[in-house]
Write a protein that binds this ligand. Structure first.
Ligand code: FE2
Ligand code: FE2
Length: 311
């Protein structure tokens, strides 16, 4: 959509984002939930993201259970990252409090939508908690994560945010939309989420490029290190959540797995989570083009070296 040489101010971009936001606008109970609950008889997260089809020692019913545990965490982790995303969007809106009121409206709508999405993910978690046995744990606290993330520069936070918004779109389009085996409610949650996230991805990129233009080479160099620190922090959360979810999944199966099967389950969870939150955005979206277009050769090498062990 944007080339490296394009100006940060794209004429009409904010007005188009507002128009698209108005068109997509939905309400949680009226349009998404519609009195439904999560069904135990369906998968939640599709195999292309959960990788449960690689756990061939599990029966179809057991694979469905693993898909439900992962689908529960998938929604919870979106709720978690949207805490810091929304705080950053509100902070950046101050550039437009006076002046460009169209840009301000685009960011206020963005924020309003992320608040609504967090409520949607909380509702989904409450339903999942009712359907599934006790013992599930979310490994990180949204406010504590936001405290750490928001200490970094806006450039680094916007880079991470843009990455998240872009892989959200590709997960829905590539893996969720066409899968008829998924829970209709779970699937609708991510369909309606996708509808509003399309605008967010554009706005993130605009704001990120705006920040990029403001940085001196030394500041950008520091911001690259901060992005690498953020990716390491994300991976720390993924490691903790993958371990917790593998443990929980194994505990709710109706039989004992062998030590080798338990090990394979834990390894597959971590590989799936790293694919979902790190690799898919780098391999399947234009995020690396945008990022690497802003960086020097030595910065590119630093980022690649940090990412390599996670891919
Ligand atoms: Fe969202
Ligand atoms: Fe978003």
């Amino acid at each position: 959509m944007f080339t490296q040489s394009s100006s940060v101010s794209v004429p009409g971009a904010h007005a188009r984002a507002i128009a698209a936001s108005k068109k997509a606008r939905w309400e949680l109970d009226r349009d998404v939930i519609r009195g439904r609950v999560l069904e135990r008889s369906h998968k939640y997260l599709p195999d292309g993201l959960s990788l449960v089809d690689q756990l061939d020692f599990l029966s179809a019913d057991e694979q469905r259970l693993v898909s439900q545990v992962q689908g529960r965490s998938y929604a919870n982790i979106f709720g978690l990252v949207e805490r810091f995303i929304n705080a950053k969007v509100l902070e950046l809106s101050n550039h437009y409090w006076l002046g460009d009121q169209v840009a301000l409206e685009a960011l206020v709508r963005f924020s309003d939508e992320e608040l609504k999405h967090q409520e949607m993910f909380r509702r989904l978690e409450a339903m999942a908690a009712r359907e599934m046995p006790p013992g599930y744990q979310l490994a990180a606290d949204p406010d504590q994560v936001a405290q750490v993330v928001l200490q970094k520069s806006s450039w680094a936070v916007l880079a991470l945010t843009c990455h998240i918004e872009l892989f959200t779109l590709v997960h829905y389009k590539d893996s969720i939309e066409a899968d008829a085996t998924l829970s209709p409610l779970w699937k609708d949650v991510f369909r309606f989420h996708w509808m509003e996230e399309s605008q967010h991805a554009l706005l993130d990129e605009l704001e990120w490029r705006r920040e990029n233009e403001k940085l001196s080479p030394a500041q950008r160099d520091r911001a690259v290190d901060e992005l690498i620190e953020l990716v390491a922090a994300v991976d720390g959360i993924l490691q903790a959540q993958a371990a917790a979810d593998a443990r929980y999944s194994i505990s709710i199966l109706q039989r004992e797995l062998t030590p080798a099967q338990r090990e394979a389950t834990a390894t597959t969870f971590l590989r799936a989570y790293r694919y979902q939150y790190i690799a898919s955005g780098l391999q399947r979206t234009r995020f690396p083009d945008v990022l690497f277009g802003m960086l020097s050769e030595s910065q590119r090498q630093r980022v690649n070296a940090a990412l390599e062990p996670l891919l």
